[in-house]
Design a protein around this ligand. Structure first.
Ligand SMILES: Cc1cc2nc3c(=O)[nH]c(=O)nc-3n(C[C@H](O)[C@H](O)[C@H](O)COP(=O)(O)O)c2cc1C
Length: 202
């Protein structure tokens, strides 16, 4: 079959993209509002971009009524955020935090997610996250208009917290100990437990 994306409705295009571009890592993003109230939400349109300068991106799309999600409103007010990575152990809390709470109500408090202070940015981080990247806003690129239009958020990584437990004897990250989850389509996820290595060509 061939899908004509120029004719698909945005929701259907999203369904095909989300169920085929998989597995996706999950950025569990903490932000604060102008008056200091915390927010926490997951985003799987997420990637590292470059290490020179150290940069990552994630994409909160507009809601169905075309308005910006709380994460975007907060970053526009306070241009700093933390991208927390999600281990299997944190999956249920991460999923709960995707609930659409009224602006200003904290998912940290509502879902009992322990927070820890950050070093270089105002939003707190998720204390139990295996890795947390503290970022300052580089830029927001707006793509499209209205419902599901993208706010591509580029973050400059200032520092990262890496839990000692995820390191192997060689001091490097052990993927099995990291135990991150990835998102598939719909409500499905994968664990990063089945691994294979490939020697890179010269
Ligand atoms: C695993 C997972 C991944 C998600 N990825 C995205 C995403 O990439 N972009 C997006 O706009 N919403 C995504 N969502 C939905 C948001 O988390 C949800 O709309 C949330 O309420 C936004 O919170 P906020 O309004 O506090 O920013 C995802 C939800 C889950 C559970």
């Amino acid at each position: 079959m061939i899908l004509d994306f120029t004719r698909l409705r945005p929701r259907d295009a999203y369904g095909w993209m989300a169920s085929t571009i998989t597995p996706r890592p999950i950025a569990w993003v903490s932000t604060v509002s102008g008056d200091g109230r915390t927010n926490l939400a997951p985003f799987s349109f997420f990637q590292g971009v470059t290490s020179n300068p150290p940069t990552l991106m994630f994409v909160p799309v507009n809601t169905r009524d075309g308005s910006k999600k709380d994460t975007v409103r907060n970053i526009e007010a306070v241009p700093e955020f933390v991208v927390n990575l999600v281990s299997f152990e944190l999956a249920e809390q991460m999923n709960a935090s995707a609930a659409m709470l009224p602006y200003g109500e904290s998912e940290f408090e509502r879902f009992g997610v322990p927070a820890a202070p950050s070093e270089r940015v105002r939003p707190p981080r998720v204390a139990a996250a295996p890795v947390a990247f503290e970022c300052t806003l580089d830029r927001i690129v707006h793509l499209g208009e209205g419902p599901l239009a993208a706010n591509v958020i580029f973050g400059r990584i200032q520092c990262a917290h890496v839990r000692d437990e995820v390191l192997g004897a060689d001091g490097k990250v052990d993927p099995a100990k990291l135990d991150l989850i990835g998102r598939l389509g719909g409500e499905s996820y994968v664990r990063t437990r089945e691994r294979f290595d490939l020697k890179r060509p010269e």
